[in-house]
Design a protein around this ligand. Structure first.
Ligand SMILES: *Cc1c(COP(=O)(O)O)cnc(C)c1O
Length: 393
């Protein structure tokens, strides 16, 4: 049928245009987009400030490569460093590349500082860090590894929350700990702020680098600019992507000067990474995401959404078990198959994203309004009522 490689089981719908939290088909059917292209469209669709930034840059220069200075990179890197723990930034085109850079950087740090034997990274059960050979090894999920040959070596996995298992897994070869503050793909599972604080302490105790994968949780998604701010800790290295481009493919690896010390000229690269178009859009995303009211809106809408969802669960306890997550990274843990819930929501014209552990992810754009949250809740209520009726039949 399609010449596109069949790695996705796609829903048979195509969208022609979008505006804010809404997507529209060629036939004029409007869908409320609470998937945001998997937490990417942080500012919704067709945001005027992003359109202006992209078109302005498009008239100047699209690409020069990293053989030359790229002013947009220097500006974005400076801004990201001013907003975070970081001193240095490497730009990528995707989340997996941001994590790949993070892993390479952690290995290189120890090698550069005279301990080349320290190259293994401890990751956590149910993690997701991308689809490259190294990141599928880091995630260690059978469904991602199967058939792709021997797993890339250098990753040891322990359960989230199990500090004894973690301590037992640390050896003289361990370089770093790598974790998502909230595990997104595997079902919106918060690892817990106390657990993140414990990881920071253990990393310091053993001279390990703490790498956070904030590809999904970053750029305001949880109601703070970065999720680790809720825990009151700072990583040594952090990968971001998804929201920072607002729909333009861009990612970044942020690091302290110390953690980045081994990444000298020639040690890593990317032809497209930090391309002027990507930088223009990402800088424009930051213009909005750093406005004082932006994170306030995420927190307020999150509270409203959680309250409304709790009422829906009270009315339909046979359909939904509970709500998890932080900010506008929310998951509905379902009691019926989550695929039935998401397809019924789709029939109600509400777009969501499935996750592991029988969870439906709700990821509205971060500029979502109260009226849109209420609209989504009506659709969720009506979907639950339909599913409830089929259970009673
Ligand atoms: C999406 C995601 C990735 C991978 O990002 P890609 O852009 O698809 O390569 C990595 N880590 C986390 C936590 C993600 O959610």
């Amino acid at each position: 049928m399609s010449a596109v490689l069949g790695t996705y089981a796609r829903i048979n719908v195509e969208f022609e245009r979008g505006e804010g939290a809404w997507l529209e088909t060629a036939a004029g059917e409007r869908y409320l987009d609470f998937g945001s292209g998997v937490a990417v469209n942080a500012l919704g669709h067709a945001h005027p400030h992003l359109i202006a930034a992209l078109t302005e840059q498009a008239h100047k220069v699209w690409h020069t490569s990293n053989l030359y200075r790229v002013p947009g990179q220097e500006r974005l890197a400076e801004r990201l460093c001013a907003l975070t723990f970081a001193d240095k930034v490497f730009f990528t085109n995707s989340g997996a590349e941001a994590m790949e850079c993070s892993i390479k950087m952690a290995r290189k740090y120890h090698s550069y500082n005279g301990q080349p034997e320290r190259w293994r990274v401890i990751t956590f059960v149910d993690a997701f860090h991308g689809r490259t050979l190294a990141t599928i090894a880091a995630g260690n999920q059978e469904k991602h590894l199967k058939g792709f040959g021997p797993k890339v070596d250098g990753f040891d996995q322990v359960p989230v929350g199990d500090l004894d298992a973690l301590r037992a897994a640390i050896t003289h070869e361990t370089a770093a700990l790598l974790i998502e503050p909230i595990q997104g793909e595997s079902g919106v599972r918060p690892v817990g702020w106390p657990f993140l604080r414990a990881l920071r302490e253990i990393a310091d105790e053993h001279g390990l680098l703490l790498i956070l994968d904030e590809v999904q949780t970053g750029v305001g998604r949880t109601g703070k600019l970065f999720a680790h701010e809720w825990a009151g800790i700072e990583p040594d290295i952090m990968g971001i992507a998804k929201g920072i481009g607002g729909g333009f493919p861009v990612g970044a690896c942020l690091a302290t000067e110390k953690a980045a010390s081994g990444m000298t000229a020639g040690s890593h690269g990317s032809t497209f990474g930090g391309n002027p178009l990507a930088m223009a859009v990402a800088n424009a995303v930051l213009d909005i995401a750093t406005k004082p009211e932006f994170l306030g809106n995420v927190q307020e809408m999150s509270l409203l959404f959680k309250q409304r969802l709790a009422e829906i669960i009270d009315r339909h306890p046979r359909i939904i078990a509970d709500i998890r997550g932080e900010g506008l990274l929310l998951g509905l843990k379902c009691k019926v198959p989550s695929a039935d819930v998401s397809s019924t929501l789709f029939a109600e014209k509400l777009l969501t994203v499935s996750a592991g552990d029988n969870v439906v992810r709700l990821l509205p754009p971060l500029i979502v309004t109260e009226a849109e949250i209420k609209d989504a809740c009506e659709k969720i209520e009506s979907a639950c009522a339909r599913l409830d009726a089929t259970l009673s039949a």
